[in-house]
Design a protein. Structure first.
Length: 205
């Protein structure tokens, strides 16, 4: 496949991992809740589930889910982000790969959940999104869930414009054999009634 830079690579610097980790450490120190995504995911999972954190970055979601008793694997293409994840939780599996090529990793297709938190979907390389959604869906066990949270306008994205809307995402999921389960406005689980951010849950159909 022709190499295309992710939108993340266009907005992140070489020290993206250090800066991202420092930003979340500061938030945690200030008393902010930095575990909303993991709590939301945990609420959908049986104890001891298998979770793939797709675009895991510094690993903050996978690490928290592992603390809650799940078996977590993180995949990310940004070595600087993964270095932070490996430093914080060397016992977990961190794989450096482009999600467009995730099938080549040979992972067992028995994940109970694939989570793509923190704008991963809009930060993929342009044009690769349907293939990535299909590749992620192919790693799910029967009944497994794909959970993705992302911004839908510039106020909720590190981009000048939103590269996709919810109809695009739903169409990619449908093409990958995923049926919609629920949609939320926040990781607190409030129902989505419109707005610039959505958390979408789809299930293997
Ligand atoms: C804003 S960060 C979010 C990190 C993490 N999910 C979180 O919520 O803290 C977006 C991540 O998506 C990753 N990403 C973007 N495109 C990717 C791709 N094609 N393959 C793997 N990771 C990708 C970036 O490397 C980056 O770590």
């Amino acid at each position: 496949m022709e190499e295309r830079a992710s939108r993340w690579a266009q907005v992140a610097g070489k020290d993206s991992g250090e800066r991202y980790a420092a930003r979340f450490a500061a938030l945690a120190d200030s008393g902010a809740d930095v575990h909303g995504e993991a709590r939301f995911c945990d609420g959908l999972l049986r104890p001891g589930s298998r979770v793939l954190d797709a675009g895991c970055g510094t690993g903050r979601v996978a690490i928290r889910l592992a603390e809650l008793g799940h078996t977590c694997t993180g995949v990310d293409v940004d070595a600087s982000m993964l270095a932070q994840a490996r430093r914080r939780a060397p016992e977990l599996a961190w794989l450096e790969a482009d999600l467009a090529e995730v099938a080549a990793l040979g992972l067992d297709p028995d994940f109970d959940m694939v989570v793509a938190a923190g704008n991963v979907i809009p930060l993929l390389a342009a044009g690769t999104e349907p293939a990535v959604v299909a590749a992620l869906a192919s790693l799910l066990a029967p009944g497994g869930l794909l959970v993705a949270g992302f911004g839908l306008d510039p106020a909720h994205l590190p981009l000048d414009e939103a590269p996709l809307g919810l109809p695009d995402y739903d169409a990619w999921c449908a093409a990958a054999g995923l049926a919609p389960v629920s949609r939320h406005a926040t990781w607190d689980g409030h129902a989505y009634t419109g707005g610039g951010y959505a958390v979408s849950v789809h299930r293997v159909g």
